[in-house]
Design a protein around this ligand. Structure first.
Ligand SMILES: [Zn+2]
Length: 189
């Protein structure tokens, strides 16, 4: 399937593909590694999809936490030698965390689909997001040096409105935000 078929036209919410993007649209600032340029990718999102995503956040965090810590905790309580217990605790934690990510992604997809939309992590399928994210030589998603390498899942959820506040004293970033909004076809304020 072509990108044109998979993605709604400019200005339309990426998630439901029905309503126009609002100031609830997602923003992803990228800082250039080659110059002091900043680019802000704006992904159209409507207010209704924002509510769905915000509602999912807390439940997903709780599930992730439970999946990572409950198996490790059970291992801690099991009767065995201290050496094997430590090793098994690490294995249980990692396996639980991986299972948690898979479970959360699946659950978010199911629940979003029931509401006629997609989960927030669907943004990772966005071609512009993928291109910028993959170009790690050219762009980074943190402003300063020594930023964390992350876990491959970018959970930044700043909206256009939040981004505008965040960069209130940064004229260059604000200009980048307005350009991003124009590119995405969503209102900048
Ligand atoms: Zn929507």
């Amino acid at each position: 399937m072509s990108d044109a078929a998979r993605f709604p036209p400019a200005g339309t919410c990426l998630f439901c593909g029905r309503r126009p993007g609002a100031t609830a649209s997602l923003t992803f600032p990228f800082w250039s590694n080659r110059s002091d340029e900043i680019r802000i990718l704006v992904v159209p999102r409507c207010g209704a999809c924002e509510s769905v995503h915000r509602g999912q956040q807390l439940a997903s965090l709780a599930i992730l936490g439970a999946c990572a810590f409950v198996p490790a905790l059970l291992v801690r309580l099991a009767p065995m030698s201290e050496g094997s217990r430590t090793a098994l605790t690490v294995v249980a934690f990692i396996a639980g965390a991986i299972a948690g990510v898979v479970l959360v992604a699946w659950r978010e997809r199911q629940r979003a689909a029931a509401l006629g939309t997609k989960p927030a992590h669907a943004v990772m399928e966005h071609p512009d997001y993928q291109a910028l994210n993959a170009d790690t030589e050219g762009w980074r998603q943190r402003s300063g040096p020594g930023m964390s390498t992350g876990d491959g899942i970018n959970r930044r959820r700043e909206t256009v409105a939040e981004c505008r506040r965040f960069f209130a004293n940064d004229a260059k970033a604000l200009a980048a935000l307005e350009q991003g909004c124009r590119d995405a076809g969503v209102p900048a304020a």
